[in-house]
Structures are given as C-alpha cells and as structure tokens.
Design a binder for this molecule. Sequence first.
Ligand code: FE2
Ligand code: FE2
Length: 262
Amino acid sequence: MNILFIGDIVGRTGRTAVKKILPQLKQKYGVDFTIANGENLAGGTGMTFETYREMNEAGVDYFTSGNHIWKKADFVPNLDIKDVNVIRPANYADNVPGKGYVELKVNSIKLIIINLLGLVFMPEYLNNPFLEADKILSQYAISDKLFAIVDFHAEATSEKVCLGHYLDGRVSAIVGTHTHIPTADARVLPKGSAYITDVGMAGSFNSSIGDEAEPIIEHFKTGLPFKLEVAGPPAVVDGVLIKINDKTGLANEIVQIREIVD
Ligand SMILES: [Fe+2]
Ligand SMILES: [Fe+2]
C-alpha cells in the first residue's frame, strides 16, 4: 500500500499548489491513499468547511491536524461529524470536540490514522503523547498486522525522534508535522516503521513557514506584535511516500518528495 502524506497545507498558496500537483504525484507514485495535515488550510490558521471540501475534492482523502485546528471556531463542530475526514490530536482532554484517531478501509485493508501533539514548547494542556499512543494501540491485539500512520505534530526534534523509536515496529509510520520545515532524516527504523522528524509543508516557498516574512522579521527586531499574512507563489509541496508491505503492515521504504509549483 502506498500512502502519500503531505505536510501542513498553508492557506490559498498551499491549497492551489496541492490541487495542481496532486494528480501528477498520485500517478507517478501509484498512491493508494493521501493524507495531509490541514491545521493551516484557511488563511494560514485553522480550517473552514469550504477549504476542507476544496482539498477533499482535490484528492486529499483524510486530514490530520494540530494546535491550530481550533482557530476557525465555526469549523470545530464538524470534527464530530462522521463523514468529515478530519482528526485532531488524540492527547487533548476527553471533553474536547473531535476524535484523535480513526479506522478506515483502504483496498480492503484496515488503516488506522493517529494524530498526537507534542508537549515540548506547546502551551496546551495535553495528555502525555507516548502514553496516549500506548492507550490507542493497546486496543489492538499484538498479533494484528497493524497498518497505522501516526502524525506527531510537535516542535522538538528530540521528542519526535523518541516517539519514533518508541513506536518502531508497532505502526507503519511515524511522521512529524508542525514546523513546516522538512528534515533530511526520512528512513525506515530498525524494527520496520517509516519515520521522518518533519514532513514540511505545502505553502509559499519564499516565506516564513508559509507567511510573509517581513512582519515577522520586524517582530524579531522589535518584539512588537505582528499580523500573519499568507505569502504568495511560488509554492513548495513537501511530502513523503510511505510504501507499506501488504503482508506485515511495516514499511518497505519512505521516499521524501519536494515539488516547487509556480
Ligand atoms: Fe502548521
Ligand atoms: Fe502546528
């Protein structure tokens, strides 16, 4: 099974680029299922139903998210609607809207997608992501061949690589999101799970993580507040192709993808 995972899609620039390039990527890599992080879909923070539908129709089958998913309050009730293909990090408190993992059928194989948020440099009140992963995975028998993709939405590289090793051999892949900057460490870990510290983003190439750099440079120079503005094209589309062994659920290979889209 070939899973394409695209990093955080940032605003119109990211959406337009994904729409343009996704059909080619699917054909080139024989993609069976496409997942993207959608926390920055609408105006750079949060998601709206319109931007969700736009990207779903463009071929993104399922969305993970992260700390920004709450920014468009109108969208939040959709997280509890079964047919809306979006999860939020699992390690929020139980009374928070939405679900943190989902079970799907892809090519008659059960695929589990799990979303977790890091604790380091994250201001949220969260449950421990390592223990939350244990809790979710403990529902499945050890003998089950688990086809599971974990999006670990986190800031600190140490926390991310440690969760990778912690879940190695128990899931098909652990991919990092949130920093919008791809790391050069895509690999299959010793026990067979694909891993990358950060997939990157789909958003403006000449930007600060998808947004106009100038106001943020001013902020760094002065400490004064600034307004985020989604930056324009050209865009970069960062992703990984995870090739999963249909017999074991573990990864045969992880291929890093980077496309510049005008
Ligand atoms: Fe993001
Ligand atoms: Fe984030």
